[in-house]
Design a protein around this ligand. Structure first.
Ligand SMILES: [Cu+2]
Length: 112
């Protein structure tokens, strides 16, 4: 009888942990954006708060990616060819990303 109770307790614990795991918030995702021919590989993307965007410079010139959008301001270090850097999207809203050196480069990020 005692053994049976132990077994039942074990199943109940398993059930509880499974429930906890299922209700845990989704892990932040990373989104890759390529910089090539003085363009971003996407013009608009949608991400979640806490997600990161990795900017990969596949051009043969320097880029300087930045945002001045409220709540998501950042400026990545000047990127030599082959470099990559990551920015975290912290606040819901529209984030307008550009390159300080090439202002025609534009990426709109919708942070949900
Ligand atoms: Cu640039």
């Amino acid at each position: 009888m005692e053994k049976m109770n132990m077994k039942n307790s074990f199943y109940i614990l398993c059930f509880l942990f499974a429930g906890l795991a299922a209700s845990a918030p989704a892990l932040a995702a990373n989104h890759d954006i390529i910089e090539k021919d003085k363009k971003f590989s996407e013009s608009e993307i949608t991400v979640k708060v806490g997600d990161t965007i990795t900017f990969k410079n596949q051009d043969d010139l320097v880029h300087n990616v930045k945002s001045t959008s409220a709540g998501n301001e950042f400026e990545l270090p000047k990127q030599n060819p082959g470099k990559e850097d990551t920015a975290t999207m912290k606040t819901p809203g529209e984030v307008k990303i550009t390159c300080a050196i090439h202002p025609k480069m534009k990426l709109l990020v919708n942070v949900k």
